[in-house]
Ligand binder design. Structure first.
Ligand SMILES: [Zn+2]
Length: 117
């Protein structure tokens, strides 16, 4: 299936190819618990994922070991996806940013990032 998504102000728009999404991931590490984002369980390869618009409107937040690129929109502050410095371009998506998807209806798997990261 093709999914489309955007940040809140729609400066950043993206699409990705995925099997139907019915499971999601929620992490309790110090940054995810603050965002409270429901994320895709899978990461998408560069061949499956495209930023259609607004790449230049993304800013990146790093903390700790700088392994994760926490992107956010410079205008509305929303986190649409992230990747890692060891697998650049392989994005995990904030499912709240995806059109026609109701994150609350997904089967949410908890990831204990607080202790495992
Ligand atoms: Zn925005």
């Amino acid at each position: 299936m093709k999914y489309k998504g955007s940040c809140h102000c729609e400066a950043i728009q993206f699409e990705f190819e995925s099997e139907e999404i019915n499971t999601a991931l929620q992490c309790n590490c110090s940054i995810c618990i603050r965002k409270n984002a429901i994320m895709s369980k899978q990461t998408f390869a560069p061949s499956e994922f495209q930023v259609l618009k607004g790449y230049e409107n993304l800013s990146t937040y790093h903390w700790g070991d700088h392994d994760v690129n926490h992107y956010f929109c410079k205008t509305c502050g929303i986190y649409p996806f992230h990747d890692t410095s060891y697998e650049p371009g392989k994005y995990r998506v904030n499912l709240g940013c995806v059109s026609n998807l109701e994150p609350g209806e997904l089967n949410i798997v908890s990831f204990d990032g607080r202790n495992e990261l």
